[in-house]
Design a binder for this molecule. Structure first.
Ligand SMILES: Cc1cc2nc3c(=O)[nH]c(=O)nc-3n(C[C@H](O)[C@H](O)[C@H](O)COP(=O)(O)O)c2cc1C
Length: 217
């Protein structure tokens, strides 16, 4: 069974990047893809700071990463790079943790000025962890994610389009990967409506997958 893990790497309780990651997760769920989520804020800080490889939270994290076929990694842009807490999390993973994983980076920044930070700062680290399939970054600025009355965020139109593209790329990647591995579920193999392959098929190769709009999307 195909599984996607979302990792949120912001220390902020009202994180925009986490919201964007959660929206990707909701879309994947609607498309029939199992996904699990982990937030760096839920890992005890002393486990990360002391690199306690044997702590239950870090053992869980490593197991979740191992189980996943694809990983959505969210980060705020901090000081022209990705967040320090995300680095602390990446540092406790095994050296080849991302080997064979499809990766979708998701980032939010104060402005577009440091849009490339994911390319020059995060992607080399993902590569060092064995990632060979890294999708284009889903990026939004603060102005493109406006807080609404429910303490969620509303996307600017261009972010919605980029979100659709990112989900489509990820779906094509995980479906292709599963087909290659020959471990497709029978309902996917049958392209039945309501299944991953069925939804991909009904969306057509050049259309966006039809999904229930995620909260705020
Ligand atoms: C400590 C700190 C450093 C930041 N550095 C940058 C920066 O270098 N470039 C930038 O575009 N935004 C910067 N920002 C703005 C954040 O990237 C922006 O608010 C982002 O949406 C936060 O994401 P989050 O809500 O997921 O934490 C910084 C914010 C903080 C708190």
């Amino acid at each position: 069974m195909t599984t996607v893990l979302t990792l949120s790497g912001s220390p902020s309780p009202d994180s925009r990047s986490t919201f964007l990651v959660s929206t990707v997760a909701a879309r994947l769920h609607d498309l029939g893809i199992d996904n699990r989520s982990l937030d760096v804020r839920d890992i005890p800080a002393h486990d990360l700071l002391h690199a306690r490889f044997d702590s239950p939270a870090i053992v869980d994290l490593v197991n979740e990463v191992q189980r996943a076929d694809a990983i959505v990694i969210g980060t705020p842009i901090y000081k022209a790079a990705y967040s320090g807490v995300l680095k602390a999390l990446l540092d406790v993973l095994p050296q080849t943790a991302f080997h064979d994983k499809l990766i979708l980076p998701v980032a939010t920044g104060g402005s577009p000025a440091h849009f490339l930070a994911v390319d020059y700062a995060l992607k080399p680290v993902l590569s060092a962890l064995g990632a060979r399939h890294i999708l284009s970054t889903l990026f939004a600025t603060e102005a493109q994610l406006v807080r609404n009355a429910d303490r969620g965020y509303v996307f600017a139109d261009e972010v919605r389009t980029r979100l659709d593209d990112a989900v489509e790329q990820l779906m094509q990647g995980v479906v292709g990967k599963a087909r290659q591995a020959g471990n497709m579920r029978s309902n996917i193999r049958n392209n039945a409506p309501g299944t991953v392959a069925g939804n991909m098929r009904s969306a057509g190769p050049f259309e966006r997958p039809r999904t229930r709009a995620a909260a705020g999307a």
